[in-house]
Ligand binder design. Structure first.
Ligand SMILES: Cc1ncc(COP(=O)(O)O)c(C=O)c1O
Length: 436
């Protein structure tokens, strides 16, 4: 039997829902036993002439001194940072992140018996989403997503794989309605494998569902999974950034583990926003399944194949910087400080939002995350891009415009003190155009 058939057969017998969800590319993906594989097998030999990595002849990195000086690494860290990372990530980084996933919201930690796969390292959350798209999306596959959503999902899923986005209005009448997502899933052809993506706290909306909304969504997804293999992708880019009392902070991913045999929860998270390590490009992909060793290896085999075919391997240097943080003993306090400042900005903007003239602008539900999203009064028929340009030119204010009528403000990059004035200018600019 060929290698790819063996890997597929393992997944088919041990993780049948996941197997049915694989895209044509996902089925074909197979990590051939070529260079990285052979180098791994030869690790520890006296004369290792496998991988194309320049060393001192004894396995040690030889960084240029001018570059090495930038990083205060000990010799072992230096080796790991300057040589190739394993394609799935540095093992200690994978383990340290797995601990963080379980301790980052100490008051809402998942139960110990909630088993997941070991997180795989990817080159930023975007790459994590692309990996999921390559493995599970493809021509004709439906991806249900609540709108407004992060527009890059279109490029990642539709443009790159040919999947079809089912865009659902989840903020009808300025309230979040998870039932709309479930209805869209149930309306798909019976039995057809499907994907759904949730992003809490959301971008661009800055929203996380309440306890009741999460309960309803979970229940609806269990019902929808009765009909089809269903993958729920939790884009946790803004994990931990919930500011409102009573709104759950931990990932919705944990609510889905073991919920239904057809339901495959996937978590994509990372250091980008949670650790303010935007340039580091370190993210993780985790499946909410308890897999046997053979099934884990089969799935990891496919991920290695696709990672090697796209980024080669993830940045070792960034992983080592992240590992310093994760092992420092200070990381929880330092991440809490980011959360505190983000919350301060969230609070600072509340009076401005409450005072907005609804004849001009109305905020969408907002309780978390880095962004506030406002809708221009549709009766004004203003082009959001015209508003955006007007605000730059006449009010020295930069915001993001999104069709059909949204303005998004990234509170994460404006100080709490500056926000009232910023919102005064936004409202003044919109009023000026409305009266023009
Ligand atoms: C919802 C969401 N997902 C994913 C990403 C991508 O994160 P990264 O920069 O790690 O690729 C972003 C970045 O803005 C985002 O807003």
């Amino acid at each position: 039997m060929s290698g790819v058939d063996r890997v597929n057969q393992t997944l088919e017998s041990e993780a049948p829902s996941l197997f049915k969800l694989l895209s044509p590319m996902g089925r074909e993906a197979y990590f051939p036993p070529d260079i990285p594989f052979q180098a791994k097998e030869a690790a520890g030999t006296d004369f290792n002439g496998t991988i194309g990595v320049f060393t001192d002849g004894a396995g040690n990195a030889v960084p240029l001194p001018a570059m090495e000086d930038v990083l205060d690494f000990d010799p072992e860290e230096r080796n790991r940072a300057f040589l190739y990372s394993p394609v799935l990530g540095i093992p200690s980084v994978r383990d340290a992140w797995q601990r963080w996933q379980r301790t980052g919201q100490p008051d809402q930690a998942p139960a110990e018996d909630q088993i997941t796969t070991r997180p795989v390292v990817l080159g930023g959350l975007t790459h994590g989403l692309s990996m999921v798209a390559d493995l599970f999306a493809g021509p004709g596959r439906h991806l249900v997503v609540g709108k407004p959503f992060w527009g890059n999902y279109r490029q990642i899923f539709r443009l790159r794989t040919g999947a079809q986005l089912v865009e659902v209005d989840v903020y009808r009448d300025f309230a979040y309605r998870p039932s709309a997502l479930v209805d869209a899933l149930k309306a798909l052809p019976a039995g057809e494998p499907a994907l759904m993506i949730v992003n809490f706290p959301s971008n661009p909306g800055g929203y996380s569902p309440t306890v009741e909304q999460r309960r309803d969504l979970r229940q609806g997804l269990i019902e929808a999974a009765a009909d089809r293999p269903l993958m729920v992708i939790c884009d946790d880019a803004y994990g931990g950034l919930v500011f409102t009392e009573g709104v759950p902070n931990r990932s919705f991913f944990w609510d889905l583990l073991g919920a239904h045999e057809n339901l495959v929860p996937v978590k994509i998270d990372g250091a980008t926003k949670e650790f303010a390590f935007f340039g580091g490009r370190v993210a993780f992909l985790t499946f909410g399944l308890e897999l046997s060793k053979a099934a884990t290896e089969a799935l990891e085999n496919k991920m290695q194949c696709l990672s090697r075919a796209t980024i080669g391997s993830p940045s070792a240097t960034s992983q080592m910087i992240l590992l310093r943080g994760l092992e420092s003993g200070r990381v929880f306090d330092e991440v809490s400080e980011i959360r505190r400042i983000a919350r301060e900005r969230y609070l600072a903007v509340q009076p401005a939002l409450a005072a907005l003239d609804p004849a001009l602008l109305r905020p969408l539900p907002f309780n978390s995350g880095f962004f506030v999203l406002m809708e221009l009064n549709p009766e004004l028929v203003l082009d959001p891009h015209a508003v955006r340009k007007h605000l730059i030119e006449h009010y020295s204010t930069g915001i993001v415009a999104a069709q059909p009528s949204y303005l998004r403000v990234a509170l994460c990059s404006v100080s709490a003190e500056a926000l009232p004035e910023m919102f005064r200018r936004i409202e003044a600019g919109v009023r000026e155009l409305a009266n023009a």
